[in-house]
Design a protein around this ligand. Structure first.
Ligand code: KE4
Length: 427
C-alpha cells in the first residue's frame, strides 16, 4: 500500500532532515510511513502508490474551499504570468488588507508576512516595543510557530521560569517566556503578579488547535482581556488557525472578545505562503517604516499568494460558514452515534469546521488533560482510517478540518469506515 512512499522516504531522508520539510509530516507520533502526495482536488488527496484519501488535514487548515479550486488555479496562473514577485507595492495587497480590515473588527492596520511563525514573532516584537516590557505569557500546548521565544516548556513548578524545549534556544530567551494553563485564569494572574510590570503581552490561540481542538471555557478570553487591562499587558490572539476558519471575523468575533493584536495565517493565503499580523492603529503605526519597530520580508504580500488569499476569502461568505458548521455538526453527530452505541471512551470537541476526537472520555479543558488520552489506540485508529482512505492528522495533538467540498455523502463514508475501525479496536 505504501511501497513507493517508503522508497521515496529513504531517498528523502538522505538529503532532508527526517525526509520532510516540517517535522509533523514524518509521522513520528503515529509511526509508519507518511504517504508522499502527488496531487489533491476538493476533499481528496492521492499518493504515489495511487491511494486516495478523504483529507481532514487540508494542509493544516488552509484548503477551506477544497484543494485545487478551479477559480483559484485560474487566477493564480494569470497572476504568475504577470510575474510572481516584484519586491514593490501592488494594488492587490491593498485589496487583501482592506478585506481583512472589513471582516475583522479590531484590525485597523495590518502587515502581510509569509508564515504564521513570522506573524506571531512580529506580534510579540510589536508588543514588547510598544510596552517597553520584555516578558510574554503563553499557554502550555499552544503553538505559535518555531520562533525561539515560543519553544519554551513549562518550569517544574507553576511559577518557575520556563526552559527551552529545543537545543539552540537560549536560557536568556527562556526567562522571558512564562507558561500558563489554558482555561485557567488563576494561573495567568499568578504570573502577572509574580512579574509585576514586566509582562508585555499574553499570546493565546483563542481556540487551541495544536493540542487537539480545545475551545475556550465561558469567560476565559474575556478574563484574559481584563487581566491585560489590569496589569498593563497587551492581548495577542494567534488566529493563524482560527482566523477565517471559524467565522468571517474569526474567534475574536465568535466569542466577542477583541484583542489588541491579531495573527493570521493558513486560510488567509488559501494554501500559499501568506500570513499577517494586525490590530489597533496606535500599535501598528509603530511598525517600520511608520515607526521604529522593525520587520521586513522579501516575499511578503507577493501577488500570487495574495491572489489566492483574495479568491479564498471571497468564497467565504456567511452561507459558506453556515455550510461548514452544518458539515461539522453532521460529522460530530455521526461519530457520537458510534461512540454512544458502542459505549466507547472517546470524546469530541468542535468549533464550526475545526474538530477534535480524543481517545479518552475525560473532559478535555487544556493541554494537560490530553495526556489522559490513550495514544496507542489513537495511533491504531489513525492507521486503520488511513488504510480505509481517510487522512486524519497524524497526532492526537492536532485538530481536524473540513472544507466546502466535504459533502454529507463524503462524511457518511468516513462515519461508516470509522464504525468498522473503532469496532476492531474496542471489540
Ligand atoms: P507556520 O509558521 O507553520 O505557517 O505557522 C505557525 C503556527 C502559528 N500559530 C498557530 C496557531 C499554528 O497552528 C501554526 C502552525 N500550525 C501547524 C499545525 N499544527 C503547522 C503544521 C506544521 O508545523 O507543519
Amino acid at each position: 500500500m505504501f511501497e513507493k512512499s517508503r522508497s521515496l522516504l529513504s531517498r528523502a531522508q538522505r538529503v532532508i532532515p527526517g525526509g520532510v520539510n516540517s517535522p509533523v509530516r514524518a509521522f513520528k507520533s503515529v509511526g509508519g510511513t507518511p504517504p508522499f502526495i502527488t496531487h489533491a482536488k476538493g476533499p481528496h488527496m492521492w499518493d504515489v502508490d495511487g491511494n486516495q484519501y478523504i483529507d481532514f488535514v487540508l494542509t493544516w487548515g488552509p484548503a477551506i474551499i477544497g484543494h485545487a479550486d478551479a477559480s483559484v488555479v485560474e487566477k493564480c496562473q494569470a497572476a504568475m504570468a504577470r510575474g510572481s514577485s516584484f519586491g514593490a507595492p501592488t494594488e492587490i495587497e491593498i485589496e487583501l488588507a482592506e478585506m481583512v480590515v472589513e471582516r475583522v473588527p479590531g484590525v485597523d492596520v495590518l502587515r502581510l508576512v509569509s508564515s504564521g511563525t513570522e506573524a506571531c514573532m512580529s506580534a510579540v516584537r510589536l508588543a514588547r516595543g510598544a510596552t517597553d516590557r520584555e516578558k510574554i505569557i503563553k499557554f502550555k500546548g499552544c503553538y505559535h510557530g518555531h520562533a525561539d521565544c515560543f519553544l519554551i516548556a513549562a518550569g517544574s513548578g507553576a511559577l518557575t521560569l520556563g526552559h527551552p524545549n529545543s537545543p539552540g534556544v537560549t536560557k536568556g530567551t527562556a526567562k522571558d517566556t512564562l507558561l500558563a494553563s489554558f482555561n485557567d485564569l488563576e494561573s495567568v494572574e499568578a504570573l502577572f503578579k509574580a512579574n509585576e510590570g514586566e509582562v508585555a503581552a499574553i499570546i493565546v490561540e483563542p481556540i487551541c488547535g495544536n493540542t487537539g481542538c480545545i475551545p475556550p471555557a465561558d469567560g476565559f478570553l474575556e478574563g484574559l482581556k481584563k487581566l491585560c487591562k489590569q496589569y498593563g499587558g497587551l492581548l495577542i490572539f494567534d488566529e493563524v488557525m482560527t482566523g477565517f476558519r471559524v467565522g468571517k471575523g474569526g474567534a475574536a468575533q465568535l466569542y466577542d472578545v477583541t484583542p489588541d493584536i491579531f495573527c493570521f495565517g493558513k486560510v488567509i493565503g488559501g494554501g500559499f505562503p501568506l500570513a499577517a499580523y494586525g490590530g489597533r492603529e496606535d500599535l501598528m503605526r509603530q511598525i517600520a517604516p511608520d515607526g521604529p519597530i522593525y520587520q521586513a520580508g522579501t516575499l511578503s504580500g507577493n501577488p500570487v499568494a495574495v491572489t489566492a488569499g483574495i479568491e479564498t476569502l471571497n468564497r467565504m461568505d456567511e452561507n459558506a460558514y453556515a455550510q461548514l458548521d452544518a458539515s461539522g455538526a453532521y460529522l460530530e453527530k455521526g461519530m457520537a452515534e458510534i461512540i454512544n452505541r458502542r459505549g466507547l471512551p472517546l470524546s469530541q470537541t468542535r468549533v464550526g469546521s475545526m474538530f477534535g476526537l480524543f481517545f479518552t472520555d475525560e473532559k478535555i479543558l487544556r493541554h494537560e488533560d490530553v495526556s489522559a488520552c490513550d495514544l496507542g489506540k489513537f495511533n491504531t485508529f489513525f492507521h486503520g482510517m488511513l488504510k480505509e482512505g481517510v487522512y486524519y492528522a497524524p497526532s492526537q495533538y492536532e485538530a481536524g478540518f473540513l472544507s466546502l467540498q466535504h459533502t454529507n455523502e463524503i462524511l457518511d463514508q468516513v462515519i461508516e469506515k470509522a464504525d468498522g475501525v473503532l469496532g476492531n479496536i474496542f471489540g
